[in-house]
Design a protein around this ligand. Structure first.
Ligand code: GLY
Ligand code: MN
Ligand code: MN
Length: 423
């Protein structure tokens, strides 16, 4: 759990980045309709949540910065007995006041009026440009006279880059559930006949152990399906002697996990599968061993390209010179994505990769990033030795960057061939 003091500290840190005489407005996520009269489960917007931890719909956080003084307002939805009968309890103004350490809690029906009042004598406004929301459109309209409109997302993103101890504890909890889910998948694959059954087993563990849901739609891709990077249909058969690429991680109390394991349906890798798998696993481990504060993510990527390219040459999948193959984008066909991304409240966390001057941000202690090399060989690729065709393999772990190295937060999830086969 993240304590109220931590949220208050984050708001102080954000306020320090704001211009004088500015107003910052962060709004809650909108409930999303799924089909007539039904909605998706509500999930709070990550930037808004990061700044205040408020989980309800119809709310907003406003930060006013004058010369030096900062004032924070939380707008919440009113108590409403009839609506609460349908959608559940609301904290209301009083309830929120008791929990949230802001200067004032107001109800949302006063939002427009209060904003108009707060706008007087302000020079700039910060809103989240990454959100599509008519409340923000109204605000843009109301504030068209201000000298500057800026995106608050980049500034919140900077704060979100390095995780606190409490955040890391939540990611670890998410990963402990995700570990059990992947291990159950390794045990059960052999006894099941469809990808969706395996997905159900995984997500059963998520729910059973108290995760909110998956952190992204699970990918359960047997055989050649693994070569579709965002394969989420998960409706094919599990065929004996094929591999299954499982990219699945739960979200626990708003924090993501993001894990890929590639396992044999039968419980035993074939020789060709073993060769390719071992090569990718050794690359994954080498890249993880390079993770440390000060290193550039793009250097990790380039190094992963080199290692994978060498590996593919040694297996007879590519022919030629490593540097040339990479330069001529011959490797891209088999390794089309990056080595990894920031992870946190969002699976692809929105912390920036570049600073405001466009320079790459190096790894910092406290960041959590994925390391996820993969090789994807289409079944119809006749340039590749037959035994490798139709195989797609990715291995993905979640890594905490530390001052002098890193901690693999998902090291307990089996990835060695013997360990997977033993389950
Ligand atoms: N699960 C999405 C990713 O690996 O980036
Ligand atoms: Mn990932
Ligand atoms: Mn993933």
């Amino acid at each position: 759990m993240i304590k109220e003091e931590e949220y208050a500290k984050r708001r102080t840190a954000l306020a320090e980045k704001l211009q004088k005489h500015s107003i910052t407005v962060l709004v809650s996520a909108k409930a999303q309709q799924r089909s007539n009269d039904t909605e998706y489960p509500y999930r709070q917007n990550s930037n808004f949540y990061y700044m205040c931890g408020f989980k309800e719909d119809n709310s907003a956080l406003v930060i006013i910065k004058k010369e030096k003084k900062v004032k924070t307002y939380l707008f919440v939805q009113k108590k409403d007995e009839l609506l609460e009968l349908w959608t559940g309890k609301r904290l209301g103004q009083k309830g929120a006041k008791a929990i949230f350490n802001v200067d004032a809690v107001l109800t949302m029906d006063r939002f427009d009026k209060k904003i108009a009042e707060l706008l007087k004598d302000k020079l700039s406004i910060y809103i989240d440009f990454t959100m599509q929301d008519e409340r923000l459109d109204t605000l843009r309209h109301m504030t068209s006279h201000l000298a500057s409109h800026q995106n608050i997302s980049h500034k919140v993103g900077e704060l979100r880059l390095c995780k606190s101890e409490a955040e890391i504890a939540l990611i670890k909890k998410a990963l402990s559930i995700t570990k059990d889910a992947h291990h159950l998948a390794m045990k059960k694959a052999k006894t099941l006949s469809g990808e969706s059954e395996l997905q159900a087993e995984i997500e059963y563990v998520f729910k059973k152990q108290g995760a909110y849901s998956d952190a992204y739609t699970s990918i359960v891709a047997c055989g050649n399906n693994a070569n579709t990077l965002h394969y989420i249909k998960n409706d094919d058969r599990l065929e004996n002697n094929k591999l299954i690429l499982i990219d699945a991680g739960c979200e626990y109390d708003y924090y993501a996990s993001d894990i890929t394991r590639t396992i044999p349906v039968s419980g035993k890798f074939t020789k060709a599968q073993k060769e390719l798998y071992s090569m990718i696993l050794s690359v994954e481990k080498e890249i993880i061993s390079m993770v440390k504060a000060g290193v550039m993510r793009t250097d990790l990527h380039s190094h992963s390209e080199e290692l994978l390219c060498k590996g593919l040459i040694s297996l007879g999948i590519l022919k030629g010179d490593v540097k040339k193959l990479i330069k001529k984008k011959k490797l891209k066909k088999y390794y089309p994505h990056g080595i990894g991304h920031w992870m946190g409240l969002d699976v692809h966390d929105t912390g920036p990769y570049k600073d405001t001057k466009g320079r790459e941000i190096p790894l910092l202690a406290g960041m959590v990033m994925t390391v996820e090399p993969g090789i994807y060989i289409n079944k119809n690729d006749t340039t590749v030795p037959k035994r490798f065709r139709g195989i797609g393999i990715r291995i993905e772990d979640d890594i905490l960057v530390t001052k002098d190295g890193c901690e693999n937060l998902s090291s307990e999830i089996f990835k060695e061939i013997e360990d997977i086969e033993s389950l």
